[in-house]
Design a protein around this ligand. Structure first.
Ligand SMILES: O=c1nc[nH]c2c1ncn2[C@H]1C[C@H](O)[C@@H](COP(=O)(O)OP(=O)(O)OP(=O)(O)O)O1
Ligand SMILES: [Mg+2]
Length: 198
């Protein structure tokens, strides 16, 4: 599959930064959906993959370009996998990382089991009705700590502690997060598939 130009179907500045950095070496011209005036897609589905596909198709339909979308979230063991697909709106509307993190830490107050993982699904469609979307996913395992640490990243990163590095995701250099994260793993799998002729 040869792609010369694609639209990134996300309005999240943190994701756009990370995805753009991962795509930069490929020589594909990357434009954000915001710069093309794409309206916000609905994300009504119970699974990450369905929401990612909905976002990619929506951007492809509105721009006529191939589109790449990520749907992702934080799944906490002691919360039965929550906030999960609802991660972006965990504390309600409007979306707020600060409010989401405060709710997460309140929900885990007094809870010993701190295990959690980030999950990402990345979908690439060549057109809105592409019958063969490329789909890849990735996970990143860690623990939730009550005290926020670090200034980097976005979302739940200041509370996502990686025991092997003794740092939160927000303390990692962006280049390092971009090789270790759920999104990095998903993107590696996606690019493997992109290189395999089909
Ligand atoms: O690496 C990450 N580091 C920290 N937090 C993260 C990460 N990856 C996803 N997350 C959280 C942020 C948000 O609460 C939710 C994604 O929600 P999700 O709907 O996929 O994205 P979004 O609404 O922010 O932007 P958009 O849909 O336009 O891509 O998971
Ligand atoms: Mg969203």
């Amino acid at each position: 599959m040869t792609i010369e130009r694609l639209v990134l179907a996300s309005n999240n500045a943190g994701k756009l930064r990370e995805l753009s950095a991962m795509l930069a070496p490929l020589g594909i011209e990357v434009v954000t959906q915001g710069s093309l005036g794409v309206s916000e897609a609905e994300e009504p589905h119970p699974t990450f993959v369905e929401n990612a596909l909905a976002k990619a198709r929506h951007a492809a339909r509105e721009t006529g370009l191939p589109a790449l979308a990520d749907d992702s979230g934080l799944c906490v063991s002691a919360l039965g996998g929550k906030p999960g697909v609802l991660s972006a709106r965990y504390a309600g509307e409007p979306k707020s990382d600060l409010a989401n993190n405060a709710k997460l830490i309140a929900d885990l107050h007094g809870v010993d089991d701190r295990r959690a993982h980030f999950y990402s699904v990345i979908v690439l469609v060549r057109s809105a009705d592409d019958p063969q979307p490329l789909i890849a996913d990735g996970e990143w395992h860690g623990e939730i700590i009550a005290q926020a640490r670090g200034e980097g990243g976005f979302g739940y990163d200041p509370h996502f502690f990686v025991p092997s590095l003794e740092q939160t995701a927000a303390e990692l250099a962006p280049e390092l997060k971009n090789t270790l994260s759920h999104r990095a793993a998903a993107m590696r799998h996606l690019l493997d598939r992109l290189k395999t002729p089909s």
